[in-house]
Design a protein around this ligand. Sequence first.
Ligand SMILES: O=C(CO)[C@H](O)[C@H](O)COP(=O)(O)O
Length: 233
Amino acid sequence: MTTQLDLDRLKKAAALEAVEFVRDGMIVGLGTGSTAKHMIVALGEKVRAGMRLRGVPTSHETAALAKEAGIALIDADSRWELDVAIDGADQVDPGFNLIKGGGGALLKEKIVAASAKQFIVLVDYTKQVPMLGGSFPLPIEIIPFGWGSTAREIESLTKSRVVLREKNGAPFRTEAGNLIVDVHIARIHHPKDLEIALNQIPGVVETGLFIGRTSILIVGSPHGVDIHHAPEQ
Ligand SMILES: O=C(CO)[C@H](O)[C@H](O)COP(=O)(O)O
């Protein structure tokens, strides 16, 4: 049986491989979550060893971790061009498509991934699935105004259960002040089409589908760490 502790070790092993892609002088997009945390700590070690790096954090939590690790941060509102973004994921399919947003940071994560020349994704092997959906609901960030009607539209499009995410008994708020609904879709057969259709619904800010964005996938498993390069999109 694989315990949480074992999985955390695999996440760390993947993170240690990922930072080997980072070179002196790079601007790095810093993901959010327990896997990204290992990557930030490892980058901090590189900075202490003399590497010059600047980071763009995808959440307040990541910004705090990066500062603690000694990584200089770039202003959130400046016009950056990232060399690489490194982040975790909740699910990955054989086509390198992802579900992200388990930690609620999907909007900033997608903006950062989109502005990076390379997007490196780190997972433990349990996140690999033959098809997105099923074991992990799809997070969608929506505007609070009229959220019930937006949720109904999402429900009717996906024919799936839509649940408003809560934290401490209240609706979860993203850093942009929005809400998240988690959509329990059994099987996402056409993730790209679904992403496009969801983004047509008024009130939808962004979805946790990351389609065709992954450049490199690094998977930690009990047999070791595998590095997969996605075909050029
Ligand atoms: O998308 C995310 C946060 O919004 C995370 O990358 C995702 O939830 C994976 O988290 P973890 O590395 O803790 O398993």
